[in-house]
Design a binder for this molecule. Structure first.
Ligand code: PAF
Length: 289
């Protein structure tokens, strides 16, 4: 069994840990999370462990990335269990601050990405990515990692953070990690905890529709046909309410009308089951000829 990770509750303790790791010449990998860790997070920590000498996991339900009518208050907080996952995966330290440790009441400086954030979830969750970019920048400044691991499940977040690192010269390698699914096909998410057994069963239409989209794109179907097919499959679930379906370019996140040959695209969707909003996606390349 691995040693229990060091639990760091404030910035001073984190800075001390980082200073000592750097003094010892260690490379550092950061895994930013909001806790309620599942096998998807575990795979990020495992990757971080392979990449660097010291692994820091942050567990922080970041208030600034939730809208006023979103699930900040009810978001699952399971630090005890999270620490066990971190221990099992070999993390060295867990940074788990309270909001007042991270934010001043009169905060007025933000980090905002202005192009990719206009689409998909950014168009529906106003201010969400501003909150994400700000908190991740703060974590980058505090931890000064060499690597930071993010899952492809949050595809737009990952692409926005890559843009942020590029544009603001953070000396950090963003590591793209695979989306992890249950055997059933359901993409792992902390929000799956909100689903009733029936909703969870019906939510399988998401991965089914994306699998069909993948096959359709491979067969040379158009973007419009692909979107229609996804909508048709999701409509077979009476509990599903589509927020968006997007077939977009992976560089710009703009909707694709006509596929180019060998174009890197993202097929992404957000769908409500009851009050729970699930997202899922697949990263594809259109046929080369
Ligand atoms: O992906 C998440 O869990 C969050 O958006 C992140 C990156 C930890 C920032 O709060």
């Amino acid at each position: 069994m691995n040693k229990a990770p060091l639990l760091l509750k404030n910035k001073a303790a984190l800075r001390k840990f980082i200073k000592s790791a750097k003094k010892d010449g260690k490379t550092i990998a950061l895994v930013p999370t909001m806790g309620a860790l599942h096998a998807g997070h575990a795979s990020l920590i495992k990757k971080a462990r392979q990449l660097a000498d010291a692994v820091v996991v942050s567990v922080f339900v970041n208030p600034t990335q939730f809208g006023p009518n979103e699930d900040f208050a009810k978001y699952p907080r399971t630090l005890k269990e999270d620490l066990l996952v971190c221990q099992e995966m070999g993390a060295d330290a867990v940074f788990a601050p309270q909001p007042k440790e991270m934010y001043f009441d009169d905060r007025s400086a933000w980090v905002n990405e202005e192009a990719l954030s206009r689409f998909l979830c950014g168009a529906r969750r106003i201010g969400h990515f501003k909150g994400v970019c700000t908190v991740v920048s703060k974590l980058f400044n505090l931890v000064q990692p060499d690597f930071a691991c993010f899952g492809k499940k949050d595809a737009q977040q990952l692409l926005i953070l890559e843009r942020m690192v590029r544009d603001l010269d953070f000396p950090i390698k963003i590591v793209e990690c695979p989306l992890i699914r249950e055997k059933s096909g359901l993409a792992l998410s902390s929000r799956n905890k909100y689903l009733s057994p029936e909703e969870k069963k019906e939510a399988l239409v998401l991965s089914r529709s994306l699998k069909a989209a993948k096959d359709a794109v491979a067969k040379g179907k158009s973007a419009a046909e692909t979107k229609k097919l996804i909508a048709k499959i999701i409509a077979t679930s009476p509990l599903a309410k589509i927020d968006y379906i997007s077939v977009c370019d992976r560089e710009t996140l703009e909707e694709v009308k006509t596929f180019k040959k060998g174009q890197k695209i993202l097929v992404a969707l957000a769908v409500y089951f009851g009050t729970t909003r699930l997202i899922d996606n697949v990263w594809l390349t259109t046929p080369k000829k």
